[in-house]
Design a protein around this ligand. Structure first.
Ligand code: SAH
Length: 207
């Protein structure tokens, strides 16, 4: 059944299960369905999902991969370094009845695998645990040659920072600012929920 709105997409994405064994150093947490749906819907309306090859770098349990499939991507290349997360992703594809043939799951480091794609959708590590992880993911996304939709922590100068990551011939757009609520997946987290302000950027190569 075709998905007719961002809201319906967000509802469908609620069925994506979380990490069974979340790892702190990989900054593993699932993008909230409404945030994932906002990113994907922007990309979809711009014609960057349907019938396209989409790459999802740091795919985790598959939130963005699955959303892209639901919106009619021809193929999704999901790159994930962690075996447990990749297993979670495969389980999610099965439990949601999605076509495994349209997904190429690459177990590897997103920073070094050479993937070509029309579009990249990613919610990379924010670089909290390992500094510059966010910048490395932007570099990897650029290498695909596609349009990049990427989420980053909102900080002072975040826009200037992104402009510095982009190639000289890239147009950088800030599409939206959202507040993500992240559940405490790790024992030392004291608060019940964390609020993180996030910016959604699009990088397009000027034609
Ligand atoms: N994209 C998913 C997961 C976001 S969490 C979602 O939107 O829900 C970030 C993910 O990046 C984690 O699954 C983590 O294991 C993965 N990751 C971290 N470093 C990586 C690397 N170098 N290469 C590939 N994946 C990586």
């Amino acid at each position: 059944m075709a998905i007719g709105s961002r809201k319906v997409l967000a509802m469908r994405l609620q069925g994506v299960a979380h990490f069974t064994r979340p790892q702190l150093e990989l900054e593993q947490y699932v993008t909230p369905p409404d945030v994932a749906a906002s990113l994907l819907w922007e990309a979809y309306l711009a014609g960057h999902i349907e019938k396209r090859t989409v790459a999802d770098l740091g795919a985790g349990t598959g939130m963005l991969t699955i959303g892209a499939l639901l919106l009619g991507a021809e193929r999704v290349v999901a790159v994930e370094v962690d075996k447990d997360a990749a297993d979670d992703l495969e389980r999610n594809l099965d439990s949601l009845g999605l076509d495994r043939e349209r997904v190429e799951l690459v177990r590897g480091d997103a920073r070094t695998v050479a993937v070509k794609a029309d579009t990249v959708v990613q919610n990379p590590p924010f670089g909290v645990w390992r500094r510059h992880a966010d910048a490395e993911f932007v570099q990897a996304a650029k290498q695909t040659g596609g349009v990049v939709y990427t989420l980053h922590k909102d900080a002072t100068d975040a826009v200037t920072w992104m402009e510095a990551q982009a190639a000289p011939d890239h147009r950088v757009e800030t599409l939206s600012r959202v507040v993500m609520t992240i559940p405490p997946v790790h024992a030392f987290h004291r608060k019940r929920l964390y609020m993180v302000a996030v910016l959604l950027f699009r990088l397009t190569i000027r034609g």
